[in-house]
Design a protein around this ligand. Sequence first.
Ligand code: BES
Ligand code: MN
Ligand code: ZN
Length: 498
Amino acid sequence: MSLKLNIEFDRFKAPAKGVLIVLCDDALKMGSATRKLLGGAADLVARAAEADGFTGKSGATLDIIAPAGLKASRLVVIGCGKSADLKPKDFLKLGGVAAGKVPSSAKQVTVVAELPAGPIPPDAVAGIAVGATLRTYAFDRYKTKKKEGEDKRTALDFTIATASPTPAKRAWADREGLAAGVVWARDLINEPANVLYPEEFARRTGALRRLGVIVEVLDVRAMKRLGMFSLLGVGQGSVHDSRVVIMRWNGGKRGETPVSFIGKGVCFDTGGISIKPAGGMEDMKGDMAGAATVVGLMHVLAARKAKVNAIGAIGLVENMPDGNAQRPGDIVKTMSGQTIEIINTDAEGRLVLADVLHYVNTKYKPQFMIDLATLTGAIMVALGQEYAGLFSNDDKLVDRLIAAGEETGERVWRMPLGPEYDKMIDSKFADMKNTGGRHGGAITAAQLLARFVGKTPWAHLDIAGTALGSPQSDISKGWTSGWGVRLLDQLVRDHYES
Ligand code: BES
Ligand code: MN
Ligand code: ZN
């Protein structure tokens, strides 16, 4: 039911039907191939722009229906602003805006990928295709009927006209896995918790094996043997058993130290005995977004055969209230040997990550660990949905994450850590407690994680705000974003592939 984009690359030519999309800058200037292909209709653009107050600023659009002199049913002009300084992420946005302008009656669209200054390089053309794919995403597998006037299409032919289709095709072959990884992450996040519980989530990660990823699943017995009682305590109130999944992609040199990504996978977070209020609780089916992002990222790395050794590790649990659920006041022993007093059973993500971080650190001694977690409401209060909170013990890793964030538009903002905050989680009865009081909630959560990473370079991304997707985004309109897949793929591309 979901709309399938058939992406094709072709030479510059005016389409015989469907929607035609062209680009201009903030002086309404268009490229020479675009002007040629519009012919007399170029005048139409100038007149319509004047009539509509369209100035070509970035992301603005102009619609001309049934344009005289063209066979297309509709001509859309997209503004690129000062088109000289477009960055890779701007081409994703362009693809997103273009896909968003296709009316639900159209079955065919042609985007002319040319800027006033000349052709768009192949990699950026592929970026347009990624943006369009992400923008047309919808999670509608549980809708069994369509209402009058709703989009009934199952496929849309999305042709990108470019000066050099062959290199563009090659670039898309390299980037297609990226779009697929983000889409997979989104699908996992949107899947309801009655379908996607820890065992089922673990089963689905098995699909990575087809790409050459080694997938290992730890069941409850294995976790007990390892002493992961912090993670197990969170899941003990659920009828669904907990799981840990370890995914290994060995695309780098043999024996080269791996990089590692760790995800919070709370398949549903009721809060447990410290139960959450009813309003909005349905969103907590997405409390496994960190884990979904790690799975999506592993897909991307394997699909493009990244020259890196990478570990993905996710802790999968369901946080439920039950006769067997863990209580406030309980004390659990983590795999590291440190003990945690449970003050609030709703601060469960850190309990899961404590064991997975320790496991990855001691077993694989990675170059670094980056964890992703929808960890605190406090980070949404601090940063909204535009930046993820970044906490780290390593300035170099921070710089690289910030740079990758600017490149991809998945931005991170560094937050503080320090001994003063660390003191806030000292406990009277155990080595630490799982909450630090009302103030600085995202920071004290990160301080707890810091106690489980040793001296390994580590970064924690609190994605509670960004995982659901910014309402401002052009590539995830109204849907979960799959936030972090593009960021971390970029980080690996920039710095860790040998
Ligand atoms: N999963 C939540 C955090 C969350 C809130 C994610 C809203 C996405 C949207 C997390 O497990 C949680 O409940 N955190 C508590 C911690 C508190 C009890 C110390 C919170 O932030 O309120
Ligand atoms: Mn919680
Ligand atoms: Zn949670």
